[in-house]
Design a protein around this ligand. Sequence first.
Ligand code: SAH
Ligand code: SF4
Ligand code: F3S
Length: 445
Amino acid sequence: MTPRTAPTTYRVKSFGCQMNAYDGTRMGELLAAQGLVPAAEGEEGELVVLNTCHIREKAAEKVYSDIGRLVKAGREAGKAPMIAVAGCVAQAEGEEIMARAPAVSMVVGPQAYHRLPEMLGHAVAGRRVTDTEMPAIAKFAALPERRRIAPAAFLTVQEGCDKFCTYCVVPYTRGAEISRPYVDLVREALTLVEAGAKEITLLGQNVSAWCGEDGKGRAVGLAGLIRDLAAIDGLARIRYTTSHPADMDDALIAAHGEVDKLMPFLHLPVQAGSDRVLRAMNRSHTAESYLRLLERFRAARPDIALSGDFIVGFPGETEADFAETLALVEEVGYAQAFSFKYSPRPGTPAATMDGQIAAEIMDDRLQRLQTLLNRDQYAFNRATSGKACEVLVERRGKLPGQWLGKSPWLQSVWFEGDCAIGDIVSVTLGEAGPNSLAGAIIPVS
Ligand code: SAH
Ligand code: SF4
Ligand code: F3S
């Protein structure tokens, strides 16, 4: 590659999970600290960072089509953008990307993006660079202070996964489980609140495995961290995601009953309802142990909204196995959920298992599962209609005077009235739709 002028504008496009969204925000902050400015609305930017996801096949293929589109648009405009590929595809297929996509100047893994400024220097000098090292958590210390933040902010507390579910790439792309130190998290949470955050969602591929030592040297788990963050003035709401059933402890369950700022919502992926399939997936729970766990959360916080993840068509899944997934859904009554067709990922044990399921069978099962999940989500929304609750105002709605925010149960609520982004308003939930509810602000008397 020949040397080029340094980019002055950037755009970071994040795909995949919320941890990737967090990383995307932090990469933007890092580039801004180098003097780059975000590209104007509708423009790509002179530097485009594709912050990719590798969890399913479509997600990975999308990277190459995005690169192709950027190259074509650049050619038409007579000015090719500099392209960086970050995230989990970068980690898993860095070399392949460099070989297959000559337009890419930088490939940077999820644990190495604090080195972006240095890499940018190389790229401007015309050298293509790859960094997919996994230095244990060094990046956080090297990132700039957090400034202007949306009212609902993310805070990564834990990274990586040691669970090795047989279908999943995350242990390979994100590395081993690491907890960020307690003091760093409290400091970052304080900065977020000072910068305008009213709600913080604690993130981790396995967030409930977080552990650390508090300021007094005592061992604390996620529940202890939540309790201490709840003491921050100005922070109104705390959430966390994603948990694994194996790491949920009594303290976390108790916190749901005792910490007002901890929102009544739990995302706890189950994946399947058949114990035979769960064993083949290397999930350490059974359908029964998962259901008993949810019961304990419901006992601590009766109004808790439940969410889950599901995979249909795992190798060897029979119709009878799938029926057990449907039965589990019937029993739980989820407020929302994510469901996916199994996607074989290179290098994972399940990709070479016998009994890979035909696409049409997966389509059919996904459709049947989603019919139930959608029905339950709609029912949950209707059941909350008429309730009064607080809503954090996150953005303007489509119509003039309209606002959008989230209920404590993570439902999208839209309403009209006199308020501003970042306000917490009392609302009566009204008409329920499948994906959102109308609300009416309760006048302060
Ligand atoms: N750490 C979280 C989330 C992992 S990825 C957890 O364990 O719950 C998010 C979801 O993607 C998973 O819960 C799973 O439902 C889905 N997923 C992961 N690998 C997949 C694959 N190979 N095919 C289809 N879905 C997959
Ligand atoms: Fe993947 Fe399983 Fe780890 Fe979740 S717990 S990230 S599904 S390996
Ligand atoms: Fe995707 Fe990586 Fe997250 S594979 S789901 S971006 S951890």
